[in-house]
Design a protein around this ligand. Structure first.
Ligand SMILES: NC(=O)c1ccc[n+]([C@@H]2O[C@H](COP(=O)([O-])OP(=O)(O)OC[C@H]3O[C@@H](n4cnc5c(N)ncnc54)[C@H](OP(=O)(O)O)[C@@H]3O)[C@@H](O)[C@H]2O)c1
Length: 262
């Protein structure tokens, strides 16, 4: 007889920022979480903090999602532990500020590997268990998904992919009992800005949300089966207005904004 596997919520990019806040949020709501990132020590510290609040201690898995075999390795590691996801949270990602012809090409391709390839692979790798358990997928895009981004061209394009892919998946998997929600936050102060090389202007306060606020909105949105979650009224208004702004104007506005951040 095969042993019944234990359902878990898989969270990528849990060692910092929004991912760590999502891990706290899911754990506080009774989910057994598995934390994934490259920095194992930070994951272990987060697992301790979650356990200290009385939740079961999360499992920690070290993985570099820029590697093409990462999803396969994660699936095997879960299998060995008798675990299978009922929720997959694809949060890991990073951006790079600068003109595409000036930034390092290999780093920009690694961004596609993490933000796009690994997210797609992990969204599809566990579909059978997600269907069986009537679970869900939470994919983290960005407000950047709604527009082209000169000065961060590959990052914005990668998030446009995440939005498009996740909305389509929402439609395909809804009749099969799997919820798919795509999260599109505005600016959130995390390690993201330093990693991207942002040293200039700060973001408007009105649009800025904390990682904890974003994680709460994301969790509620997933539970409600929402297709897209844009945390915060002001950010949500921006996402709506953008649809009506001519692309040429949008391009020069964003170009100017990103130059101010360098
Ligand atoms: N902060 C914002 O303003 C903002 C706004 C909109 C959307 N987002 C999106 O939100 C998500 C989380 O970003 P954040 O703001 O929380 O950034 P963060 O604080 O820099 O955290 C990024 C997380 O991704 C992980 N990660 C990066 N590269 C990885 C790799 N190769 N393999 C495995 N894990 C990797 C990092 O872990 P390790 O370094 O330990 O591997 C870290 O846990 C990203 O997808 C980002 O695009 C952020």
């Amino acid at each position: 007889m095969t042993q019944e596997k234990r359902p878990i919520t898989l969270i990528t990019g849990a060692s910092a920022g929004i991912g760590a806040a999502l891990a706290h949020e899911f754990a506080a709501n009774g989910h057994d979480v598995v934390l994934i990132a490259r920095r194992e020590l930070a994951l272990a510290a987060l697992a301790d903090a979650i356990a200290a609040k009385g939740a079961p201690r999360p499992t920690v898995l070290r993985a570099d999602l820029a590697h093409a075999d990462a999803a396969q390795a994660i699936a095997e590691a879960l299998d060995r532990r008798g675990l299978e996801p009922d929720v997959v949270v694809n949060n890991a990602g990073f951006g790079l500020l600068g003109a595409a012809d000036k930034l390092d090409r290999a780093e920009q391709l690694a961004m596609i590997d993490v933000n796009v390839r690994a997210l797609t692979d992990l969204s599809l790798a566990f579909i059978e268990s997600l269907k069986r358990r009537r679970g869900g997928i939470l994919n983290v895009a960005s407000i950047a998904a709604f527009m082209p981004g000169p000065g961060m061209a590959v990052y914005y394009a990668s998030k446009a992919y995440v939005l498009s892919f996740s909305e389509a998946l929402h439609r395909e998997l809804k009749p099969k009992g799997v919820r798919v929600t795509v999260l599109c936050p505005g600016p959130v102060p995390t390690e993201f800005q330093a990693r991207a090389g942002m040293t200039g202007e700060a973001f408007p306060r009105l649009l800025t949300r904390s990682a904890e606020q974003v994680a709460r909105d994301a969790y509620r949105g997933l539970k409600q089966g929402r297709r897209v979650v844009v945390p915060g009224l002001a950010t949500s208004a921006v996402a709506t207005v953008i649809r009506f702004v001519p692309r040429s104007i949008l391009l020069s506005l964003i170009d100017r904004q990103q130059r101010g951040r360098r």
